[in-house]
Design a protein around this ligand. Sequence first.
Ligand code: CO
Length: 134
Amino acid sequence: MISKIDHLGIAVKSLDEAIPLWEKMLGVKCELIEEVPSQKVRTAFLKVGEVYIELLEATSEESAIAKYIEKNGEGVQHVAFQTTDLVAELAKSKEDGLRLIDEAPRPGAGGMNIAFLHPKSTRGVLTEFCAPNK
Ligand code: CO
């Protein structure tokens, strides 16, 4: 079951530049900076109420974030929903005819397992499901 929006993923060219901007804009401090080598990104998390802002900086030109910025410029790149059961959520999405980018959960930042749905099957919204990796 989906419980809430967990975070918005925002593609940025530079965390060093984006973090102070977002801290000032939201009046909160960045809680965590973490590199996720498998996704070729560095991430930074700022919490607003129940929801995180996930700033994403590419660490390689082959990163999905680098490609996103090349095509669209900086901006909101994905929406992540927290679920209690990631495997079940993926099975349901597949059953509903949605296209999965990840057939199985993989480790993301912040102690979460994650999986993406393809934006071509979700009317243009790159959608992430995530669940705490306990
Ligand atoms: Co995310």
